[in-house]
Design a protein around this ligand. Structure first.
Ligand code: ARG
Length: 479
């Protein structure tokens, strides 16, 4: 059923089939224009590609196509300048634009919907929108990884305590620690790129659910809109939103990684750690406690992760009960999707600036690394190299640490003669491996924290970024 938007607009009745106008509350309940007007430019882009194809196929006249182009150009201007009158009574972005087009150009506007339904139209709009958002987020991710690599490079030799269970475990370099995040965000980028290939497929031509009786050329429309292919099943094309769910899933993981990092930045800024400081422009104060400088941005990023996860669950739940093909439930896909894309973009844009501007207190990091017997494993490994079984070495070093606790000193601060009492295998050369420097440098294999490895991985990741993203690393500033 093709319904002319005009008739809905005039008397609030869908068609001759309806004997009364839509109830006012129902109209408000079913209308989506307040949020889907955001799709307007994609809706127009899709309509123009459809009209161009209809004309090329001889279904629309040259004159009608020219009128549609002219009408759409004016509508675009009106939307951009804020002059466009959005009517909630016209339900959604599609009916609003079509109605205005018909008002401007007459019958040619009424012919645009030939061989098309709002079902394939809206699916196309969302895919165009999401492709753009995905590209935008990919560029931001690339920028963010580049910032992480830059900071990691500056701190390839900066030693800090590595934690497990948030207790001092072994010395690592800050560069290595930051590279862990670069790995996470690089996988997030790979996931989004992969998801993009499934977003970038054309639903238009599926019409309401079964296809159309007109001799359309779907590949022509796909080419015009830059899609890599066309959806092969019309019922699937108009109904499933798995590509949007995938995007939300990839975004949820991305925000999980952001949230982990946010948590560390918050801890590290606490004076008990004192590892970093954040420029004032990323912090706020307290209305009552004049001494406070709060890391609101990472806290909010950690908090906003919740809404991005929630949006994923919303879309999964939205989809799970739907029989084929299109159902109005799908109108509910937009707000969670928009919110996810907006939250991820804003968060990345802020993190790019904030992480790039962190100041690092190298002395605090080093002091903390000296405080938790972080080189205990190095001593155990040393004993193993001298022939002791690892479990026995583990026990010997536990005794050494106990003695250190009693004397309130680090393992490296013990005299050689004292250390040697714990095992005859301990000799002069032990002192080299007990320094923080010795500890990190010794982990010199792929995946290890040695500064040489950190530098090698940074170079490797820079290369990968360039290959993955080409020129897209440049955008993404805080404005
Ligand atoms: N506003 C609708 C949506 O967002 C457009 C499709 C409406 N289709 C329909 N058969 N009522 O999904």
């Amino acid at each position: 059923m093709v319904i002319m938007a005009e008739s809905l607009h005039k008397d609030g009745v869908w068609s001759a089939l309806f004997s009364e106008p839509v109830d006012a509350l129902v109209q408000r309940y079913t209308a989506s224009v307040s949020f889907d007007k955001r799709l307007a430019s994609f809706d127009i882009q899709g309509s123009l590609a459809h009209a161009e194809m209809l004309c090329a196929q001889g279904i629309l006249s040259e004159q009608d196509y020219a009128d549609i182009r002219r009408g759409m150009a004016q509508i675009s201007d009106e939307i951009q300048s804020g002059d466009f009158q959005w009517e909630p009574g016209l339900e959604d972005v599609h009916m609003n634009i079509e109605s205005r087009l018909t008002a401007l150009i007459g019958d040619a506007g009424k012919r645009l919907h030939t061989g098309r339904s709002r079902n394939d139209q809206v699916a196309t709009d969302i895919r165009l929108y999401l492709r753009m958002e995905t590209d935008n987020i990919l560029a931001l991710l690339c920028r963010f990884c580049t910032v992480l690599l830059d900071v990691a490079e500056r701190h390839a030799d900066t030693i800090m305590p590595g934690f497990t269970h948030l207790q001092v475990a072994q010395p690592v370099t800050l560069g290595h620690h930051l590279l862990a995040y670069a790995e996470m965000f690089s996988r997030d980028a790979q996931r989004l790129r992969d998801c993009r290939t499934r977003i970038n497929v054309l639903p238009l031509g599926s019409a309401a659910l079964a296809g159309t009786t007109f001799a359309i050329d779907r590949f022509r429309v796909a080419r015009t809109l830059g899609f890599e292919g066309v959806c092969r099943n019309s019922m699937d094309a108009v109904s499933d939103r798995d590509f949007a769910i995938e995007f939300c899933a990839a975004s949820s993981l991305l925000m999980t990684h952001i949230s982990r990092m946010a948590e560390e930045l918050i801890l590290w800024m606490n004076p008990r750690f004192g590892f970093i400081d954040m420029p004032d422009r990323f912090c706020t104060g307290s209305s009552i406690m004049p001494q406070k400088k709060n890391p609101d941005v990472p806290e909010l990023a950690r908090g906003k992760t919740g809404r991005v996860h929630g949006n994923l669950v919303a879309l999964l739940t939205l989809m799970k009960g739907q029989p084929l093909a299109y159902n109005k439930d799908n109108q509910e896909d937009k707000e969670p999707l928009f919110d996810t894309a907006d939250t991820v973009s804003d968060t990345l844009r802020i993190f790019i600036e904030m992480v790039g501007a962190l100041t690092v207190n190298e002395i605090a990091l080093r002091t903390a690394a000296l405080q938790g017997y972080a080189t205990a494993t190095d001593l155990a490994d040393y004993l193993v190299r001298k022939g002791m079984p690892f479990r026995a070495a583990h026990a010997v070093v536990a005794s050494v640490v106990r003695a250190c606790i009693a004397r309130q000193c680090d393992i490296g601060e013990m005299d050689l003669s004292d250390l040697a009492q714990f095992s005859p295998l301990i000799e002069q050369d032990v002192m080299d491996i007990l320094t923080l420097q010795g500890s990190v440098s010794a982990r010199d294999h792929i995946g290890g924290t040695a500064p040489a490895q950190v530098r090698r991985v940074i170079a490797e990741m820079r290369e990968e970024m360039a290959q993955l993203f080409g020129g897209s690393a440049s955008s993404g500033t805080l404005d």
